[in-house]
Structures are given as structure tokens and as C-alpha cells.
Design a protein around this ligand. Structure first.
Ligand SMILES: Cc1cc2nc3c(=O)[nH]c(=O)nc-3n(C[C@H](O)[C@H](O)[C@H](O)COP(=O)(O)OP(=O)(O)OC[C@H]3O[C@@H](n4cnc5c(N)ncnc54)[C@H](O)[C@@H]3O)c2cc1C
Length: 243
């Protein structure tokens, strides 16, 4: 597991009283042309560890268009932003985040021929797994029990041990293509090689590209076989207290 602390952008001041720190932030007085924008949003409920202060601005996006609109606006205004999935791999300080937090809940999932599924980046991996299992599509079962959105999974190349526990299975093994918004602001489709995946690594940690959706290539398998892998992985995770 990797943790990334969302630091506040302001340097520490003599008086660490939270109200005083907030008065110093340069972003409070700015405006953003983003629908359903909230201010001073507590971030703790949005992370696994339930800690963290306020975000100057916060928006929950339910569609990829809304995600793109928010990203283009915040980049246009040169305001710091943070894209939040399930919040399973981040820690937020009590001082919160100075700028905009975008909570990505765009989660449309489309199954197509050739055992392919296109999932928006806010889709929850556990939900995808359930849908795939009921269709007899194999690939996601290795990641059972791991809290993650599709976007978060791409960011760190989600992984777990193979059923024989002798190797690691990475999400990259089922990624075919992905639609991204590049840090230069272009929407384009890239292949799996673009991400330079490695253990706990992807290009998303080097470039400010944003994953919009991902096309996964799965394989047909008996539901019972998929379920057996899920059961074995959950038993292993529970035994190791990985929850
Ligand atoms: C109990 C527990 C067990 C875990 N077990 C495992 C495990 O077995 N294997 C494993 O690999 N990990 C594991 N993790 C780590 C965690 O589940 C993964 O890192 C997961 O992929 C995080 O996804 P998220 O949606 O919560 O991302 P977040 O924590 O919300 O964000 C993580 C990073 O991804 C970036 N990001 C999110 N969406 C996008 C996007 N659309 N485009 C670009 N960047 C994006 C965020 O900006 C942030 O930098 C575990 C975590 C917990 C709490």
C-alpha cells in the first residue's frame, strides 16, 4: 500500500490555529465556474482512515463530461486540485487542502462484444467485479476485497497475488486502452504501454494526466471458478488482516 499525504499549499504560520491558516489561503476569494461547487468541505468522510481537514473547494462529478469541465476550469484558473477516488491510498492532514478536490463518482460501465468492458474512472472495482462475475467474465476477481476506483487502480497499477501465491497479478494485465485527459488538456485514447506500469507505479505519478475511462479485455470463465478465486483470496486477505 502507498500513502500520499495531501499537504496544504500554504507554509506553516506562527499561529497554527486553523481559522487563521484559512484566512491566509489565496484561493478562498477566487471563483470557479463549476456546477454544484461546495466550499470548506470536510474531507475526512471521503478517505479510508477518516481523517483530514477542509478543502477550500469541493465538487462531486457524476459524469466524464463534468469531470473534464471541472479539470479544464481549475487548470485554467491555475488553482491546485486533487482528484479523489475511494480515498483508500491517501492521508489528508488536519490542515486540509488548499484548492479544489474533485470527487470522481463517474461510474458508467458498458459491456461489449469480445469480452470487453468500458468502465468510467470513478467506477468501483468491487462493483465491476460483481458485474463481471455474474456474466462469467474473468479478470477482476484477483482484486477482490481491495478498495479502489478504476482511476486509483490505474494510478498505482493495482495488484494482488496469483491464486498459487507465487506471482503478482497487476491490473495492467487486463487493460487494453484508456481515454485520458492529458496534462496539456487533450482528450485522447492510449494503449496500455503508455502507462509505463510497474510495481506500484504508472506514468500518472509523473504526469498530470487524468484517466477518464478504461477498456478492459477479460476472458470467459465459469462463474464457479471465478467465485472460487474470490473466496480463496478473501480467506487469504482475512487471515493476513488486509482489510
Ligand atoms: C485496507 C486496504 C487494503 C489494500 N489492499 C491493496 C492491495 O491488496 N493491493 C493494492 O494494489 N492496493 C491495495 N490498497 C491500496 C488502495 O486500495 C489502492 O491504491 C487503490 O487503487 C486506491 O484507489 P482509490 O480510488 O481509493 O484512489 P485514491 O486513494 O482516492 O487516490 C490515489 C491516487 O490516485 C489518483 N487518481 C485517482 N483517480 C484518478 C484518475 N481517474 N486519473 C488519474 N489519477 C487518479 C489520485 O489523485 C491519487 O493520487 C489497499 C488499501 C487499503 C485501505
Amino acid at each position: 500500500m502507498m500513502f500520499f499525504i495531501v499537504y496544504r499549499c500554504q507554509p506553516a504560520t506562527r499561529n497554527e490555529n486553523f481559522t487563521d491558516c484559512r484566512m491566509l489561503t489565496p484561493y478562498c476569494t477566487m471563483s470557479l465556474n463549476i456546477p454544484n461547487l461546495e466550499r470548506n468541505k470536510p474531507l475526512a468522510p471521503f478517505t479510508t482512515y477518516k481523517i483530514g481537514g477542509l478543502s477550500d473547494f469541493f465538487v462531486e462529478v457524476h459524469t466524464i463530461d463534468a469531470l473534464i469541465q471541472a479539470l479544464l476550469e481549475v487548470r485554467h484558473k491555475a488553482m491546485p486540485f486533487f482528484l479523489l477516488g475511494c480515498g483508500a491510498n491517501i492521508l489528508i492532514t488536519d490542515k486540509g487542502f488548499r484548492g479544489l478536490v474533485i470527487h470522481n463518482v463517474a461510474n458508467k460501465v458498458t459491456f461489449s462484444e469480445g469480452e470487453r468492458v468500458v468502465a468510467e474512472s470513478g467506477a468501483i472495482v468491487a462493483d465491476l467485479l460483481d458485474q463481471c462475475c455474474s456474466r462469467g467474465l474473468s479478470g477482476f476477481e484477483h482484486f477482490v476485497g481491495i478498495p479502489s476506483t478504476v482511476g486509483g487502480a490505474m494510478w498505482q497499477n493495482l495488484h494482488f497475488l496469483s491464486p498459487d501465491r507465487k506471482r503478482t497479478i497487476f491490473i495492467e494485465s487486463i487493460v487494453q486502452t484508456s481515454r485520458i485527459l492529458t496534462e496539456e488538456g487533450q482528450c485522447c485514447t492510449v494503449g496500455v504501454d503508455y502507462f509505463q506500469f510497474d510495481y506500484d507505479k504508472s506514468i500518472l505519478q509523473k504526469r498530470k494526466d487524468i484517466v477518464l475511462d478504461v477498456t478492459f479485455r477479460l476472458s470467459a470463465k465459469q462463474k464457479a471458478e471465478i467465485q472460487a478465486i474470490m473466496n480463496a483470496n478473501m480467506a487469504w486477505r482475512n487471515a493476513k488482516q488486509l482489510h
